[in-house]
Write a new protein. Structure first.
Length: 336
């Protein structure tokens, strides 16, 4: 691809600004996103088509924001958003160096689902398109699980026009996290009612059985510490307890597994947490990694004998977090 082909995308982004379809901040984000995407992808011939399709979908979202329901099913027609997300991210992933640890548990999990039992992954979360990254790792040998997995998603990926094209291809339980439920204050009650409806729908899904749900109990993405080391964000004990109680209430056997993700360098989040929409996007071509730990015994864990229920729940959350953290640390050791 020559410089003129490369600049055609940038000219189109400028035209969207000139026509007042996008704002100056969105233009700056798109410019940065395109530059890093172009630089990262090895096969340049596909870059223009992929990013042009992405712009089409962003434009559609800016003009007609998609009304996400509390439970959203993957949109496959007339636009196949699931395929779009995989195709867009695939050139950024170094597949031959990417890994899945605990891969033998995937067949076990699929058998559990086939029996009508549920599976919940308590996982860390690193980049906006983590659901797509997971699907890319699973698509060759476990395509059904990759497509059927349900992700608990926050408001950001449902309202940011640059994130929505990727969200539309996923099965989502849409919820407002604690971090954003008070912002703005006048929307708090509306958000609480939305969350209540989401919980009711999740309860119905669990009662149906055969479901696999990914949730990040941290309520947000992992960040680097002052030394530049990515730290697994702490898990919220109330979030874990809620899933445990809902699973028990469903009367369906539910299996809980820790999942560790190493996707950070693919699309690093901003250094600080920002509540407003419009974060810069930078991409790199890197390997990504996933680990599935041994099934969690939700009743027996270090600290499960404590009489105080709050301390007991915190001990369980800390234990699950530590399982994820230990698996996350294995990536660098196993690949060194």
């Amino acid at each position: 691809m020559d410089k003129n082909s490369k600049s055609s995308i940038q000219k189109r982004i400028q035209a969207l600004l000139d026509d007042q379809i996008i704002t100056e901040p969105i233009k700056e984000i798109l410019d940065s996103f395109y530059e890093t995407y172009f630089d990262a992808v090895i096969e340049k011939e596909g870059v223009q088509e992929a990013f042009s399709q992405f712009l089409d979908l962003v434009l559609l979202q800016c003009q007609h924001p998609y009304p996400f329901e509390p439970y959203h099913s993957s949109v496959r027609s007339p636009i196949d958003y699931y395929k779009f997300g995989l195709d867009f991210l695939r050139p950024l992933v170094v597949r031959e160096k990417s890994t899945i640890l605990g891969q033998e548990r995937l067949a076990e999990i699929e058998a559990q689902m086939q029996r009508g039992e549920n599976v919940v992954f308590f996982a860390n979360h690193q980049i906006e398109p983590d659901p797509i990254a997971i699907s890319l790792l699973l698509e060759d040998h476990h395509p059904k699980l990759a497509h059927e997995m349900i992700f608990v998603a926050g408001a950001r990926v449902l309202t940011d026009p640059l994130a929505v094209p990727f969200s539309l291809g996923c099965n989502l339980l849409c919820i407002y996290s604690k971090r954003y439920i008070d912002n703005p204050p006048e929307k708090k009650l509306e958000k609480q009612l939305h969350n209540k409806k989401t919980m009711q729908l999740m309860s119905s899904l669990l009662k149906e059985g055969g479901k696999c749900i990914y949730v990040a109990p941290s309520g947000g993405r992992d960040r680097q510490n002052s030394k530049g080391v990515v730290e697994i964000a702490p898990f919220d004990s109330q979030s874990i307890e809620m899933f445990y109680l809902m699973a028990k209430k469903s009367k369906r056997k539910t299996h809980f597994y820790p999942m560790a993700l190493d996707t950070y360098d693919l699309m690093p989040p901003p250094e600080t947490i920002q509540k407003e929409l419009g974060e810069m996007r930078v991409t790199n071509r890197v390997p990504i990694h996933l680990a599935i730990g041994t099934e969690i015994d939700m009743d027996h864990f270090p600290g499960s004998d404590q009489e105080d229920k709050h301390l007991r729940r915190k001990s369980r959350a800390d234990y699950i977090w530590d399982c994820v953290r230990q698996d996350y640390q294995r990536f660098s050791k196993d690949l060194s």
